[in-house]
Design a protein around this ligand. Structure first.
Ligand SMILES: Cc1cc2nc3c(=O)[nH]c(=O)nc-3n(C[C@H](O)[C@H](O)[C@H](O)COP(=O)(O)OP(=O)(O)OC[C@H]3O[C@@H](n4cnc5c(N)ncnc54)[C@H](O)[C@@H]3O)c2cc1C
Length: 406
């Protein structure tokens, strides 16, 4: 029986604010939450037979980043008070870099320059961490993702490259607590926000997690995007042996392998056509492009003279220890890096600037006026709500409606 108490994860799901990040499942003391695929998204479902919400438990709601994100509890806020640099979009940070993996294969076959995977390999091989939560396409179903704790080079590399589809870290907090050693968590900004929240409550978990690594994100997509990409190319789901959104070079190409053929198409071509058709509603409110709660964030850099065809990253480091490890990874030959200004990274992230200055402030304000629930962020937004926001709201809303029908 569903209890009519608002403080459960259902409040978030009912208002279409769920990221599907997965953390609520692991905090539940009664194992009453399970993630299932619904409307092409991963959504938590509560078993009200065992849920103890009626006794005042609201843990699933408290760890959820869907309804609110508190940017103030970033580790960097306290630990780097004297040395930190400031940036209006990036927040406090130690340094920004551009660079790539020194291993050509890793650099070429990862999403950007392979810095994330290569840095994880460095940290594991030097005993700084014992494992990292990463995400790959599943062996059972190459069109669905699975997350796990990678403990060696091969397992790290099995997860390389970006997945522009639902990724849920449900089960990972429990796995980390059972794991014998220190762990870093890799995820989107919403995963990191959720993991920070659950770590604040669960001390056994926070003792094990020594690093939060985010990838920049200007929105993910639901699973229907994959079906759409296959259908347009005359491919059936069960034919697919392997699927990658990005491979072979910087930005690179979508690569679909079937028994009969290897299908490739440039990321820049197919990605533009997907527009916002398959964008989850929660992403339309996201103000955390860079993963401001992470110790390090990794992204592309779509800007000359940095961009090149083989592979290149931009990197934002907020934690002083990780700044040291990063320099060590470079001096030990794992990475090639050069320090850059934060403004260069902002220049390369045009969607981030539009989101923070126009789209998100408008969406938050407008949808609230329409009487809908919106998430809370405690970061400063542009004071004036710009009318161009209405144009984007109409355009994205229309695209999302079209996405339901195509
Ligand atoms: C949905 C999405 C949106 C993005 N938007 C932007 C953007 O707007 N601008 C930008 O510069 N960069 C963006 N990126 C990041 C970029 O695509 C690269 O992931 C990043 O630059 C790291 O590259 P790399 O070569 O160092 O990583 P790799 O060495 O290829 O490693 C990637 C790591 O990320 C993890 N990972 C991949 N996808 C996901 C996912 N969906 N959820 C959780 N973990 C995942 C993998 O487990 C792997 O460990 C986005 C990525 C995703 C998945």
């Amino acid at each position: 029986m569903r209890v009519n108490n608002p403080q459960t994860i259902d409040l978030v799901v009912d208002n279409d604010l769920c990221h599907g990040c997965g953390v609520c499942e692991d905090i539940c003391p009664k194992y009453s939450i399970e993630f299932t695929e619904k409307n092409y998204l991963n959504i938590p479902q509560i078993n009200y037979e065992t849920c103890i919400n009626h006794k005042g438990c609201d843990l699933c709601f408290r760890v959820c980043p869907g309804h609110s994100v508190d940017i103030n509890y970033a580790s960097v806020s306290d630990s780097t008070a004297e040395t930190k640099k400031e940036d209006p979009f990036i927040g406090p940070h130690m340094a920004c870099y551009t660079g790539w993996s020194s291993n050509y294969e890793i650099r070429y076959h990862s999403a950007s320059g392979g810095v994330l995977s290569q840095f994880l390999i460095f940290l594991i091989e030097h005993g700084i961490i014992d494992g990292a939560v990463v995400t790959r396409f599943s062996d059972q179903n190459p069109l669905r993702t699975t997350s796990y704790i990678a403990t060696n080079r091969e397992e790290v590399l099995a997860a390389k490259s970006s997945k522009y589809c639902p990724v849920s870290l449900n089960g990972m907090a429990r796995e980390i607590k059972k794991f014998n050693g220190k762990v870093a968590i890799v995820g989107l900004p919403c995963h990191i926000a959720g993991m920070r929240k659950i770590s604040k409550i669960d001390k056994r978990l926070s003792k094990k997690v020594v690093g939060y690594f985010s990838i920049y994100c200007s929105s993910t997509r639901n699973y229907k995007a994959i079906d759409f990409l296959l259908r347009k190319r005359g491919l059936k789901r069960d034919e697919v042996k392997s699927f990658a959104f990005r491979d072979d070079g910087c930005l690179g190409s979508m690569k679909i392998i079937t028994d009969k053929t290897v299908f490739k198409e440039k990321y820049t071509q197919y990605n533009r056509r997907l527009r916002s058709f398959f964008k989850p509603r929660r992403c339309t409110f996201c103000a955390d492009h860079y993963g401001m709660l992470a110790d390090i964030s990794f992204g592309d850099i779509h800007l000359l003279p940095y961009f090149n065809e083989i592979g290149v990253n931009s990197i934002i480091i907020r934690d002083p220890n990780y700044d040291e490890y990063f320099k060590q990874a470079s001096s030990s030959g794992y990475l090639e890096i050069a320090e850059i200004e934060s403004s260069e990274i902002n220049k390369s992230q045009t969607m981030m600037v539009k989101n923070r200055e126009i789209i998100v402030p408008f969406n938050l304000c407008f949808e609230k006026l329409l009487g809908r629930k919106v998430p809370e962020y405690n970061i400063p937004f542009s004071k004036s709500v710009k009318m161009r926001g209405l144009y984007y709201w109409l355009s994205f809303s229309a695209q999302r409606v079209v996405g339901k029908w195509i």
